[in-house]
Design a protein. Structure first.
Length: 178
């Protein structure tokens, strides 16, 4: 275990097993339909996307978006698109891939943005969910793990851009924040 990690909340084995289950559900839900386009939000969802799509049994494509919230604004839906999709998504079924749903602001806005671009449907798959932190009502169709209201790192999630490469989800020691 990394020396700055206080405890592990979700192990690598648990993440892999749960990703397989979610991929199976997605494969079943889209059986007989046009394969969905996976849209992953940079950078946090990259390890989860990579784990998930290995187990999806459809000829899917994936693309990336990078968004940032405007600092200092409280209004919902104020995001800046730093990197947009490479292609038109008109008429496509989208699976939006996220690392964690916290307040729900980011996903609410991105989902609406994708619908405005003409997506036929948008479903959300998230590795983690902190339901107690929700400000905007939004529910992912596919959730890996629900966790308590605690700041976590690993498997894509960062603290000052570090710790994204840890293969598990963990909590940092208090000394990291001093
Ligand atoms: P929200 O749902 O509040 O709009 O934003 C979710 C985003 O906040 C996530 O994509 C992630 O970047 C960040 N975030 C929320 N909770 C955590 C956490 O516990 N750890 C880390 N590293 N990032 C978090
Ligand atoms: Mg994120
Ligand atoms: Mg971050």
């Amino acid at each position: 275990m990394h020396q700055l990690i206080k405890k592990v909340l979700v192990t690598e084995e648990q993440i892999i097993a749960r990703s397989k289950e979610l991929a199976k559900q997605i494969t079943n839900d889209y059986a007989g339909k046009e394969a969905p386009l996976f849209v992953a939000l940079l950078k946090g969802s990259v390890p989860f996307l990579a784990e998930l799509v290995k187990h999806v049994e459809m000829d899917i494509e994936f693309d990336f978006m990078d968004v940032s919230s405007y600092e200092g604004t409280e209004s919902i839906g104020d995001i800046k698109i730093l990197k947009d999709l490479d292609r038109s998504i008109k008429g496509l079924d989208i699976i939006l891939v996220e690392d964690i749903v916290d307040t729900g602001r980011t996903l609410t806005t991105v989902k609406q943005t994708l619908l405005n671009k003409g997506a036929n449907s948008v479903k959300i798959v998230t590795l983690l969910d902190k339901p107690d932190r929700r400000v905007v009502e939004i529910k992912a169709e596919y959730t890996g793990f629900e966790i308590e209201n605690e700041f976590v790192v690993g498997f894509g999630l960062d603290y000052n851009q570090k710790f994204r490469n840890l293969p598990y989800i963990g909590v940092l020691k208090d000394e990291c924040y001093r």
